[in-house]
Design a protein around this ligand. Structure first.
Ligand code: NDP
Length: 430
């Protein structure tokens, strides 16, 4: 039986997880520490083996075997109790139970030194990729597997609906992923976003709240939350730095989605600030690549142009009609580059501050359309449907922060489009 007393239920969660991992029964008594004499078990709790007590300020934990002489204290360096500290508790409890710590003070000092909040990810870590069948999730899965990560947890929607709170909790309690990558979302184009704001808000909030909270409660060492460049204000001047977040009104057509994503970022930051969780958030630019959505009703610009150019070529058309005037400029990153950037962040980035993932270069829609026609082999003319909206004149992320960390993309746009067209021909062309 493991007993803990104290004021702080979050500390109790850490201790409870440690107890469960050790196969010990656990009892937490929410109480004022000064009302409970050290060394006494609460009434009705039989045969305690170890007691942990936290003081009101959460900066001191006292642990001792009830009825026995030795007693030790853990001085926490910071107020927040981090996951690594839970691991540290576990080490200490295991060692204490095994009688390995002759002088507890020394043992604890050593394990405190070893505690590392930014412990690097290991090839054997259990990694849950939420949304692993989507464009980004599948690229992350490919990248992880290619880099030698062998312990990936994957669940599709039928096996685990991430919007189902109880199912998500059960899954996390059972599997205890050490690393969580959040690439699940209800995504869609302008029309879907505009027509179904309730669904975009509710589903995205539900799914992300469930996963982020369960990751923390079950001791995930690190979580990567994927946001999107649509979180930035509509009129943020390009290249858009991370500091532009919440400095102005959002693009109204995808406001519901953006608000949900901003809430996800803020929830990760809150877990970080309040409880010391190592939850990071990446904001990728427009992505394209395998598993992209090529449905003309709901797709994004690059995938839509690729399909249109392909179909124009197949049908022998002389003209390809493109929306707008062709002057807006956009940034495009191959999803395999995005995955490589995200892996880099998982390994090297431990800050709750958001970080952009992009290539740092933009291209006009006209140039993009010409490039796509060239790759696809469509030799007809481009014509412009100027009755359709252009959207923001220019959208480009400031990627200097990620560059400064030492990462940059490797797939040039032309190669990326050619690879994507190849994938489209094998998988999505009708
Ligand atoms: P996809 O639609 O390709 O993938 C999303 C995945 O999430 C799907 O596999 C989907 O499953 C899964 N999912 C959604 N809801 C649930 C649920 N309730 N239970 C289980 N699984 C669920 O999207 P992307 O890969 O394009 O996007 C992923 C993330 O990357 C998003 O957060 C997005 O904002 C971000 N991103 C994407 C960009 C892009 O250009 N695509 C650009 C910038 C950021 P199912 O297949 O069953 O629906």
């Amino acid at each position: 039986m493991l007993l803990a007393r104290g004021h702080n239920r979050f500390l109790a969660i850490h201790i409870a997880v440690a107890a469960l991992e050790l196969g010990l029964e656990f009892h937490f008594e929410l109480t004022k520490i000064d009302q409970v004499p050290a060394g006494k078990s609460p009434p009705g709790v039989p045969f305690p083996r170890l007691v942990l007590e936290a003081d009101n300020e959460m900066d001191r934990v006292v642990a001792h075997f009830v009825g026995r002489e030795f007693r030790f204290e853990i001085k926490c360096a910071e107020r927040a109790i981090t996951t690594s500290r839970r691991v540290k508790f576990r080490i200490e409890i295991e060692d204490a139970l095994a009688g390995k710590i002759d002088n507890p003070q020394v043992g604890i000092a050593r394990s405190l030194e070893n505690a590392n909040p930014g412990m690097p990810i290991q090839k054997s870590d259990k990694i849950f990729v939420a949304g692993h069948r989507g464009m980004v999730g599948s690229a992350l899965t490919r990248a992880l597997e290619a880099s030698g990560f062998t312990n990936l947890l994957k669940r599709d929607r039928i096996e685990l609906d991430l919007g189902d709170d109880a199912a998500v909790t059960k899954f996390f309690v059972k599997e205890k992923p050490e690393i969580v990558i959040f690439a699940a979302a209800k995504v869609g184009g302008i029309k879907a976003n505009n027509d179904y704001p309730v669904e975009f808000l509710l589903e995205n909030l539900r799914v992300q709240n469930n996963v982020i909270a369960a990751a923390y409660e079950n001791g995930a060492r690190k979580l990567l939350f994927l946001g999107s460049s649509c979180i930035y204000p509509k009129l943020a001047p390009p290249p858009i730095p991370e500091s532009a977040l919440l400095t102005g009104p959002l693009e109204p057509t995808n406001e519901a989605y953006a608000i949900a994503k901003i809430a996800g970022v803020k929830l990760c930051q809150a877990f970080s600030h309040e409880y010391g969780a190592n939850f990071i958030s990446a904001m990728p630019t427009n992505l394209y690549g395998p598993n992209d959505n090529f449905d003309l009703e709901t797709s994004h610009a690059l995938a839509a142009l690729l399909r249109k150019a392909h179909e124009a070529k197949q049908s022998g058309a002389h003209e390809l009609v493109v929306w707008g005037t062709g002057t807006p400029r956009r940034e495009f990153l191959h999803v395999d580059d995005c995955a490589s950037g995200c892996l880099y962040l998982l390994e090297k980035y431990d800050s709750p501050e958001i970080i952009n993932v992009g290539c740092g270069e933009d291209i006009s829609i006209r140039e993009l359309a010409e490039l796509i026609c060239d790759v696809v082999g469509f030799g007809g003319e481009l014509s412009w449907d100027k009755t359709k909206p252009n959207g923001t004149p220019r959208k480009l992320l400031d990627v200097s922060k990620l560059r400064a960390l030492g990462w940059s993309p490797t797939i040039p746009l032309r190669d990326g489009i050619a690879r994507t067209y190849d994938w489209f021909l094998k998988n999505a062309a009708k």
